[in-house]
Design a protein around this ligand. Structure first.
Ligand SMILES: C[S@@+](CC[C@H](N)C(=O)[O-])C[C@H]1O[C@@H](n2cnc3c(N)ncnc32)[C@H](O)[C@@H]1O
Length: 366
């Protein structure tokens, strides 16, 4: 295949040629320019090269704790599995390999754009795969739409995918200039910018503290309220500037601090961006609802497993599973949290904050 054919191989009819995007220098830098990464079928060598360096190719997602999840949730031939956060389909694919013949995979995701891409990737598997654009808080409705009495396995891998965080148009990362959107589900009424422009100083400070432990929550909220009277928020870079101002930093001093510190520290805007994203998507509200209804959606002996990425989520999961064991709803639950080992964090640094917990429903005999 010629370079021109390969560059144009994604999303167009055979025989059509499309020039690769123009960019300055020898390598594409922005998300959309990385045409090879968006077309790994035509450039398989790129995936291996980037993964060897611990990077995630643009437009993909590397699933975390796969072996641990499969070992604890024990998907078996004939099982009906619901992957509540199907994303790129990494975990879903592993489930499908284990539940045939006779099994079924049901996948949920709120993100319509990525769900359609994943539908075509998972479509060729050996077991039926039914994908729903649904919030996992609505898992009980999906159960009845599927005319099932329960799932054998419920799995959720919380938060955002690499495709979402790396795409500047989604506005989820302080690293990329873009619209301050942050919605995983574009049917949600309010973007990140809308919330910054409308919530009170107290509400913003509370969110930054409670959802991300931001130590400068009050200063940042105060600076946001001052800034928005001059110019309403619409871009990620505006929020980054305000956070630097509130913390008395500038990008140059921050870069110097980074060079001086051996381990590297968290970006000054990381916690505020995390808190705002959680707020925009009501991530804790959806998780609470999933944890509330999950026991009623599991078959006897069924297993539930949840990967979380920050302490607020993990606390809810741990508490719910512990309470479930105490009340007899669950027969057993993970005694300790399961986290990635050194090898996984080295090969996929994004896995570093992952925490996995599981619980098992009472079986019929017990
Ligand atoms: C970390 S990614 C999952 C990656 C996936 N396990 C894989 O291997 O590719 C999280 C996904 O969950 C979706 N998501 C987040 N909250 C959700 C919710 N409440 N209901 C349904 N999907 C949700 C996001 O849109 C994203 O695609």
């Amino acid at each position: 295949m010629s370079e021109r054919d390969r560059a144009g191989a994604g999303g167009q009819t055979p025989g059509q040629h499309r020039r690769r995007p123009r960019y300055r220098g020898t390598h594409p830098k922005s998300y959309t320019q990385k045409y090879k990464e968006h077309n790994l079928a035509a450039y398989p060598e790129i995936a291996a090269h980037l993964r060897a360096k611990g990077n995630t190719p643009a437009g993909t997602h590397v699933p975390v704790l796969v072996e641990e999840v499969m070992a604890c949730l024990r998907p078996r031939p004939g099982d009906i599995v619901v992957d509540c956060t199907v994303g790129y389909g990494g975990h879903a694919l592993e489930f499908t390999k284990r539940i045939g013949p006779g099994g079924r995979l049901i996948g949920l995701d709120v993100d319509a754009i990525e769900l359609e891409r994943t539908r075509s990737r998972l479509g060729q598997d050996s077991v039926p795969v039914n994908l729903y654009r649904s919030n996992f808080a609505g898992i009980a409705k999906v159960l009845s739409q599927e005319k099932l009495d329960g799932f054998d396995v419920i799995f959720a891998d919380l938060g955002v995918s690499s495709m979402q965080i790396d795409n500047p148009e989604r506005g989820m990362s302080y690293k990329h200039e873009g619209p301050l959107d942050m919605r995983m589900d574009d049917r949600l009424p309010q973007t990140g910018a809308d919330l910054l422009n409308s919530l009170s100083e107290e509400e913003l400070a509370k969110a930054f503290w409670e959802l991300a432990d931001e130590p400068d929550h009050q200063k940042i909220a105060h600076q946001i309220v001052l800034q928005r009277t001059a110019e309403p928020f619409s871009r990620t870079s505006q929020l980054v500037h305000v956070i630097f101002d509130a913390k008395g930093l500038n990008p140059k001093t921050w870069r110097q601090q980074q060079r001086d510190s051996k381990s590297g520290s968290l970006h000054p805007a990381a916690r505020t961006f995390q808190a705002l994203r959680i707020l925009v998507n009501d991530e804790l509200g959806s998780l609470r609802e999933l944890l509330r209804v999950a026991p009623y959606c599991l078959r006897p002996g069924g297993r539930i497993g949840i990967i979380s990425f920050h302490s607020g989520e993990d606390r809810l999961v741990k508490q719910s599973f512990r309470d479930g064991v105490r009340s007899g709803t669950y027969q057993s639950a993970a005694k300790e949290v399961i986290a990635p080992g050194i090898e996984e964090t080295r090969s996929n640094p994004r896995s570093a904050s992952a925490k996995f917990r599981w619980a098992a429903a009472q079986s019929l005999q017990s």
